[in-house]
Ligand binder design. Structure first.
Ligand code: FAD
Ligand code: MLT
Ligand code: ZN
Length: 454
């Protein structure tokens, strides 16, 4: 069928206002957050219920047209950007928001609910959601499951997969699979929702998720700690972590990034001089954790200086220095964005090798490193090169592989890193991944060109 006929069929399923075909309207959906990836969909379709999602997927399957699921379009690896000739299925109208179950501390929410809405909803029930990151206002629950989002609290609560108690999704053939009971114990074979976590829209369209919530911890302290370098930062995190169970975030910023962010946003720095590195630590508990954190930091000879905030305003100012890295870098670039992890004890030798390799082989490059140091996760942003420079990406990911790290810690593979999957996954694993894809999507109609090597 031609595009107009398909659009007309889709309009019958979801209503004409929910099928967008105008070039101008589709532009925002067809391009990614960074502006690096640009696609062209046949149409954008916005189903409002699980049944409508299933009908859309069936309709596209019958027409032999690929479907690209998209949530908040905040992904950083081009995974929600449509390949030519596909239908972009936007999940933002899937807004189910069930009441929080106070007995299990779980909740079922629609795929299109934003992470900020989920936080607010959990908060109204006196609970919290353990996963959080800078794109919370736009990123959706469905996207977070599909990418297995990590973020700022993984060291305490784990990633999105760790919160997943159930899922509802639509298969490639348009069948609805519902497993939303949230049973904590259920060993009737493999837990299929886990297969969808990190599948990036290639194995099914997620319509709702059952998520574990955590207690709300009212007392909070945030500290920005100056140190001499990454090795010292790793030591501080290890010491604080070992003695302070209330630790919930440990983030790293480095001199270049601090200079950029403070310069561009006109932010002040609570230190006399800009340190080589700084660690942002946050503890949360039922009782004020300030004393615990102070005691832990007093036991760290690596600490050069520390700024401590116990009130939300000053704490937000410290967080701004870290969270604003992404937007400031985007405004200068976009940079070549990579997101890698190594074992924490390899962070210092890895970054030293990486910076030396870039300085020697790509002298024009300007690397800015930051990230979730508590998880061994470094966001490698390279300014001064093309954001899609293949050789520079290969160079960085080669250093990661030599340090036995992962080429994607939390953003996923998407279109951006497909060809390097073999650096992280063995041939046997890639064969299994292909077999799973072939079994669940035999016609290759779900997000083709994403995740799986071509
Ligand atoms: P989209 O970008 O719309 O899609 C991402 C992928 O998921 C695509 O492959 C898409 O096809 C698929 N997908 C989306 N919805 C569904 C669905 N319902 N069913 C099946 N597949 C689906 N990520 C982190 O992990 N940690 C961070 O700290 C972090 N910080 C960020 C900060 C900023 C400022 C920005 C812009 C992004 C950040 N991200 C971070 C990346 C991004 O927010 C996450 O990857 C997020 O989970 C994407 O959710 P989304 O709804 O925007 O998904
Ligand atoms: C972050 O932690 O800020 C992000 O994952 C976004 C980025 O890498 O820019
Ligand atoms: Zn991150």
């Amino acid at each position: 069928v031609g595009a107009p006929e398909l659009a007309a069929r889709l309009a019958e399923l979801v209503g004409p206002v929910n099928v967008l075909v105008d070039d101008d309207v589709r532009t925002g959906f067809d391009r990614d957050w960074t502006g690096t990836w640009q696609g062209r969909s046949l149409a954008v379709v916005r189903p409002g219920t699980t049944e409508e999602v299933a009908a859309v997927v069936r309709c596209c399957a019958e027409a032999g047209v690929a479907v690209v699921p998209q949530g908040g379009n905040t992904g950083l690896v081009g995974g929600a950007v449509p390949s030519g000739g596909s239908v972009l299925l936007s999940t933002t109208r899937l807004r189910r928001l069930d009441p929080v179950d106070p007995v299990s501390s779980q909740v079922t929410v629609g795929a299109g609910v934003s992470i900020a809405q989920l936080h607010a909803h959990a908060g109204e029930a006196g609970l919290a959601y353990g996963v959080d990151w800078g794109a919370r206002d736009s990123a959706t629950v469905g996207g977070s499951v599909a990418t297995n989002a990590g973020g700022l609290r993984v060291l305490r609560y784990g990633d999105t997969r760790a919160q997943l108690r159930g899922l509802e999704w639509v298969t490639a053939s348009g069948q609805v699979v519902t497993r939303l009971d949230g049973l904590v114990k259920d060993n009737t074979g493999p837990f299929l929702p886990a297969l969808l976590a990190g599948s990036e829209g290639t194995l099914g369209v997620i319509t709702a998720a059952r998520l574990q919530l955590v207690p709300q911890l009212p007392e909070r302290v945030t500290a920005l700690v100056a140190v001499d370098g990454i090795a010292e930062a790793v030591q501080v995190v290890a010491r604080v972590r070992a003695s302070t169970p209330s630790l919930e975030a440990a983030e790293l910023v480095l001199r270049d990034g601090i200079d950029l962010v403070t310069g561009h946003l006109g932010l002040g720095l609570p230190f006399d001089r800009v340190p080589e590195a700084a660690v942002l630590l946050e503890c949360a508990d039922r009782h004020d954790p300030t004393e615990d954190l102070a005691t832990a930091l007093a036991g760290c000879p690596e600490v050069l200086d520390a700024a401590v905030a116990t009130e939300p305003g000053p704490a937000a100012a410290l967080w701004r220095l870290r969270e604003a890295h992404t937007e400031v870098l985007a405004s200068l670039g976009p940079p070549l964005k990579l997101d890698v992890s190594v074992a924490p004890d390899r962070l210092a030798p890895f970054t030293a090798d990486l910076l030396a390799a870039l300085a020697e082989r790509v002298p024009a490059s300007r690397p800015v490193l930051f990230g979730h140091i508590g998880d061994g996760n470094v966001h490698v942003n390279v300014l001064g090169v093309d954001p899609l420079d293949h050789d520079v990406a290969g160079l960085v990911l080669g250093v990661v592989a030599r340090h036995r790290g992962s080429i994607s810690a939390e953003h996923g593979i998407g279109r951006a890193k497909r060809e390097w999957l073999h650096l992280t996954r063995s041939p046997a694993e890639i064969e299994l991944l292909r077999a799973i894809k072939a079994a669940l999507d035999p016609k290759g109609l779900l997000n083709p060109g994403v995740l799986f090597p071509g």
